[in-house]
Write a protein that binds this ligand. Structure first.
Ligand code: SAM
Length: 287
């Protein structure tokens, strides 16, 4: 068979159809693999179907295709995920940044700007940074803010370091810590966290998530609330007066998160929905 772009795509499409073990792989995933190998965009693939690809490119493409067909998430196959305005390097040691988490970035920029304008400085902690998608997106947008990236997993810290280098940020510090234990009292203006919040016994996690993403990013004890509770309790110590705590939570956890915040005397509790209309984020103020 001539190894042209269109041949490769149609052959892979046939393999995909016959490969009924993996139902959630799409033709688009396969196109992304070819785009990656050829370093071309989708429009190019479709406009240059007759272009031949080299043996080396075919070998690389087949390797990516094999991983995709084994159920590995596309982002892990490619080694990166787009988030907000940037690409983040990822591997199996960090959570793949989720599109809904992007909703937080413009909101935090807006709230942070108000604080910065008043105080002429701002310290923000991203607790449980993983790839760094939240903290680094903010650091890239606001060079005058001081961003502290907290992470417990040494393997995730390696990814975090690569992303700090990739984005050439000078306003970020990585601290390996069990949540906020390494941080002094009354230190931060804003604490943001997307902590692990899935109930250990949950049956609702997709196979591609369960099988490929780190358990330490996903699961939390006490029906998924253990880490959220710890963050709510210790943020009171770490936030300055009127500091903000911003948490992501699971699809059915919002009411309990609000009630935990109220019990801990947080005020101005505000809930933000994700793209599916789920109460996904809780903002609150502590003074
Ligand atoms: C759900 S992931 C979020 C990663 C990233 N912030 C994001 O939104 O994609 C939670 C992160 O918290 C880290 N983590 C879990 N327990 C922790 C702890 N006790 N202290 C600090 N980080 C922790 C995990 O290693 C993981 O990187």
């Amino acid at each position: 068979m001539t190894k042209t772009i269109s041949n490769i795509l149609s052959k892979s499409g046939q393999i995909l159809k016959s490969y009924n073990k993996v139902s959630n792989v799409t033709k688009l995933d396969i196109e992304y693999c070819l785009m990656e190998v050829l370093d071309k965009n989708r429009a190019y693939l479709h406009a240059h179907g007759e272009e031949k690809i080299s043996n080396q490119e075919l070998i690389e493409f087949n390797k990516l295709l094999k991983d995709i067909l084994l159920g590995k998430p596309l982002a892990q196959v490619l080694g990166y995920q787009d988030f907000y305005k940037n690409k983040f390097l990822i591997n199996s040691n960090v959570l793949i940044p989720r599109i809904e988490t992007e909703i937080l970035i413009p909101k935090i920029l807006e709230l942070g700007d108000e604080i910065y304008d008043k105080n002429k400085q701002l310290i923000l902690i991203d607790a449980g940074s993983g790839s760094g998608c939240i903290g680094l997106s903010l650091a890239i947008e606001r060079k005058d803010w001081t961003i502290i990236l907290i992470e417990k997993s040494s393997k995730a810290v390696e990814v975090l370091l690569s992303n700090c280098k990739k984005h050439n940020v000078s306003n970020c510090t990585i601290i390996m810590s069990d949540w906020l234990t390494a941080i002094s009292d009354k230190f931060a203006n804003i604490i943001v966290s997307n902590p692990p919040y899935v109930d250990v016994g949950s049956k609702q996690i997709e196979d591609s998530v369960k099988g490929f993403e780190p358990n330490t990013s996903l699961y939390s004890n006490e029906n998924g609330f253990s880490d959220i509770k710890e963050l709510i309790a210790d943020s009171k110590r770490v936030l300055v007066n009127d500091g903000l705590l911003i948490l992501e939570n699971g699809f059915n956890q919002s009411a309990k998160v609000s009630s935990l915040l109220e019990k801990n005397y947080y005020k101005d509790i505000d809930i933000i929905l994700d793209y599916n209309g789920i109460n996904r984020f809780t903002l609150s103020r502590y003074s």
